[in-house]
Design a protein around this ligand. Structure first.
Ligand code: ADP
Ligand code: MG
Length: 174
């Protein structure tokens, strides 16, 4: 399957579940993340605010943003700009209907970046939605561990890659 076919395959798979079922499927995935040594030892974690068809992160962010420094992506033009999230941060609807923190860009480093995707393979390769946002963002952080999280049906044997695709350190799925 090429990238386009794989995206359409995953979209079909997602349709078998209601948004509520996907939230339910997300809980054990987020528990695995919480138990992962890379997460446990991280002080600063970049997460993402989930869309209805992605592994549900909203409660996780709420729970952890008073414990660790939680950074969320905002989309500005063709770029992901990281912004800090804390209990006082207001979330606003950004591009692609993503809930984004309304605050200044975060300019520090990360101990861990948690990455959404359309599909991941056994080698850690990642397929995104086709605009390369995360590839352009992640190439700035070659030394930061990256964990891809996804539903079981998004984990495939092989994702087609190009030189600009940034692989994950590990994939958590369920
Ligand atoms: P996605 O990662 O969202 O699935 P692709 O990997 O297909 O999307 O990338 C989308 C486009 O973005 C491709 O044309 C790719 O060449 C381009 N791209 C990705 N990363 C970079 C980069 N670091 N610099 C320039 N272009 C990039
Ligand atoms: Mg890519």
């Amino acid at each position: 399957m090429d990238k386009k076919e794989l995206r359409s395959y995953v979209r079909q798979q997602k349709k078998q579940f209601t948004p509520e079922q996907l939230i339910e499927k997300s809980l054990p995935i987020m528990q695995k993340l919480e138990q992962h040594p890379l997460f446990q030892k991280a002080a600063t974690v970049m997460l993402y605010s989930s869309l209805p068809d992605e592994v549900f992160t909203h409660d996780f962010i709420k729970n952890w943003c008073s414990v660790k420094k939680i950074i969320l992506p905002t989309v500005v033009g063709d770029d992901i700009i990281p912004v800090e999230m804390n209990a006082q941060t207001h979330l606003v609807v950004g591009d692609f209907d993503i809930l984004e923190p309304e605050s200044e860009p975060y300019e520090g480093g990360f101990d861990l970046i948690v990455v959404p995707g359309m599909a991941f393979d056994t080698q850690g390769n990642r397929l995104g939605r086709g605009k390369g946002y995360y590839d352009r963002f992640l190439c700035q952080y070659p030394d930061v561990p990256k964990i891809g999280i996804c539903f079981d049906f998004q984990r495939v044997d092989a994702v087609p890659t190009e030189p600009t695709d940034i692989p994950m350190t590990e994939i958590i799925y369920g």
